[in-house]
Design a protein. Structure first.
Length: 294
């Protein structure tokens, strides 16, 4: 396993050991309405007395110039969807599991909040550590006779570890006043198997923002800058609107990516181009299911 991923998870373990026994007396100061914007994770936790069921859906490519009405914003085309469950371990930790259509990926996620911004500004920032490991259950394609490892000598063959990919992030956020929140999350992405001519790893810095337009509604935005870009991969971006109730958070948006898992939309997909009037329409539905205590 890659050294960076191991070190990251050791830090997670140490932070749990230190923070799990601490009681926080501060008011819950939420910078974001949910644990996710479009795709980027936030510094918010799952409610202690419940768990969250999430549906993330992306329609096919919408083309404003050619087949907008024929395909109805891409609804008739191939879509992508992820179902996920997240549960809290402590007031600052949650774990989750999900399954995504593209790649038939099963993923396992872990989020540890290290610092939480306080309303009296004693703690100016929120900081969280997030990690995700995904395994693809798709069948491997047939190996071509002339396919070799990079040494050009040993014939290539698929192994079980080729199915795994990983995402590690440090999420830093701040709420400015009552209406604006901003986050940045330096990230490391690794896939054990890369396509020919591709790389296995990448450093990325995603940004996210939430502008509250009402008591229950917000405009949300995110953008990710790809370092060491290769083969024309586009920087992911998108903008949308969200609405919150006591138990639901609904987000609808347009973006230039159809993938959902960070390991995929940050590594593999070229994406749509708003300049060519093409985009992907998507939505996230977060349903909080409350657990009644005796």
């Amino acid at each position: 396993m890659q050294k960076i991923f191991i070190v990251f998870n050791v830090c997670l373990f140490l932070s749990i050991t230190i923070l799990s026994g601490q009681e926080s007396g501060q008011e819950n100061f939420k910078a974001f309405r949910g644990t996710t914007l479009l795709n980027v994770k936030t510094t918010e936790n799952v409610p202690e007395k419940g768990f969250i069921f999430t549906i993330q859906h992306r329609f096919g490519l919408a083309d404003l110039q050619n087949e907008l009405l024929l395909d109805l914003f891409g609804m008739d085309l191939t879509s992508n969807i992820r179902f996920g469950f997240t549960v809290p371990l402590t007031r600052s930790t949650y774990i989750g599991v999900g399954r995504t259509k593209i790649g038939k990926n099963y993923d396992f996620e872990f989020n540890q909040i290290l610092l939480k911004q306080s309303p009296e500004k004693r703690i100016p920032l929120s900081i969280a550590l997030y990690t995700n490991a995904a395994i693809s259950s798709s069948e491997f394609p047939e190996v071509q006779p002339d396919n070799y490892f990079r040494d050009g000598i040993i014939p290539f063959s698929y192994n079980a570890h080729h199915r795994w990919s990983y995402l590690s992030q440090i999420i830093i956020s701040r709420k400015f006043g009552n209406w604006f929140s901003l986050l940045v999350s330096p990230s490391y992405v690794h896939q054990n198997l890369a396509d020919p001519g591709e790389y296995n790893k990448r450093w990325v810095i995603p940004f996210g923002a939430e502008i509250r337009t009402g008591l229950f509604s917000s405009i949300i935005f995110e953008y990710a800058h790809l370092f060491d870009n290769f083969n024309g991969r586009d920087n992911p971006y998108g903008i949308g609107w969200e609405y919150q109730t006591a138990s639901h958070l609904f987000q609808i948006f347009i973006s230039n990516k159809n993938n959902i898992l960070g390991q995929n939309y940050l590594m593999k997909e070229i994406g749509a181009d708003f300049g060519d009037y093409t985009f992907f329409l998507g939505f996230n539905l977060h349903r909080t299911l409350w657990v009644k205590k005796n």
